[in-house]
Design a protein around this ligand. Structure first.
Ligand code: AFP
Length: 329
């Protein structure tokens, strides 16, 4: 006998339906946003499929190449980059793609209205050890003339100009979290349906938490204000939680409250994280959820990138915690 009560259960709100029913939240054409997110979701589904079988097939491990920052590329980095590029190319909304995996911009469609910045796989070194990884993306409205290929100056845009930003977390479940500038919403992937379903509506980062996330092994080389703040965290007996995948650490702090720190060091004052591919998107999400993001002196979203792969210190998380840290600078 068919269990009608079971099949009658509501499916929930799919990402597509959510975007369409919240049209007024997006200042531009909602159909564009819908298509763009659908393209990113398609890329993410391919990545998710590969991540889930990473241990079974020859997908883990180094690809034998390095990316533009001289870092080792993992096979999944290469595959994910290709998956997103192909999905965005097919969708046709994007004039230019900039990716952490490419040294230069890639012009996809001269008439496209949007520029996408993407870190296809964040936390690559965690792939081989089955720890959560992520994808981070920012979407900007094109300001250059349509029909003309963009140049580097057209894509060096402040984070405050983002129209949409988000991430996909490939964790114990796969989640997509995004903002279009009117709050933050989270969707959990239901693999049987192939859909992202609204699971975390109007996410708010607690004003304060008791977790700090930092690679504290490097702390002898951190700037004095950061070292003082870390001493304060210990006095307060905050817990340390650091996965080494920015998306995973950020996501936990978004839900539970906390602060993520990636400072510069004495030898390398700009740290490791990229402004365009990683920090801007998370800063936009943090602010939209009530949190804050700074490099210690300047709000991340106000920083004008001078190069595509520019790095910046990043302190992001609960507003009271970021304010407290800023007090030490
Ligand atoms: P990988 O992609 O090289 O693993 O780097 C990940 C990352 O950019 C970010 O996701 C982590 O929070 C941070 O670097 C970890 O860096 P450390 O290993 O220096 O702590």
């Amino acid at each position: 006998m068919i269990q009608s009560s079971r099949i009658a259960l509501p499916v929930g709100t799919t990402l597509d339906r959510f975007v369409k029913s919240n049209q007024t939240q997006f200042s531009y054409d909602c159909a564009d946003l819908s298509q763009l997110l659908a393209d990113i979701v398609l890329g993410a589904k391919i990545v998710n499929r590969e991540v889930n079988k990473a241990g079974l097939v020859d997908i883990i491990g180094a690809a034998g190449s390095t990316n533009t920052s001289g870092e080792q590329q993992y096979k999944l980095d290469v595959l994910a980059n290709l998956a997103f590029e192909q999905a965005l190319l097919q969708g046709g909304q994007v004039c230019t793609l900039v990716s952490e995996e490419y040294e230069f911009l890639v012009n996809l469609n001269e008439t496209g209205k949007y520029i996408v910045a993407i870190d296809p796989i964040d936390g690559s070194s965690n792939i081989d050890v089955d720890v959560s990884i992520g994808t981070i993306f920012s979407i900007y409205r094109r300001t250059s003339e349509a029909g003309v290929p963009n140049t580097i100056t057209d894509v060096l845009i402040k984070g405050s100009e983002q129209v949409v930003a988000g991430y996909i977390l490939y964790g114990s479940s796969t989640m997509l979290v995004y903002t279009s500038g009117r709050g933050v919403n989270g969707f959990t992937y239901e693999p049987a349906l192939g859909e992202y379903l609204l699971s975390h509506a109007d996410m708010q980062m607690p004003k304060k938490g008791s977790v700090y996330s930092v690679n504290e092994g490097q702390s002898n080389f951190f700037p004095a204000p950061v070292r003082s703040y870390l001493d304060y965290c210990k006095v307060e007996r905050y817990a340390t939680r650091y996965v080494g995948s920015l998306v995973a650490d950020f996501h936990r702090n978004l839900l539970k409250g906390g602060i993520y720190l990636y400072p510069g060091t004495l030898e390398d004052p700009r740290g490791k994280l990229r402004l365009v591919f990683e920090c801007n998107a998370l800063a936009f999400l943090a602010e939209q959820a009530g949190g804050k993001a700074t490099d210690g002196n300047i709000r991340i979203l106000d920083k004008q990138p001078l190069t595509l792969h520019e790095r910046t210190p990043l302190y992001v998380g609960s507003s009271d915690m970021v304010d407290k840290l800023k007090g030490y600078f």
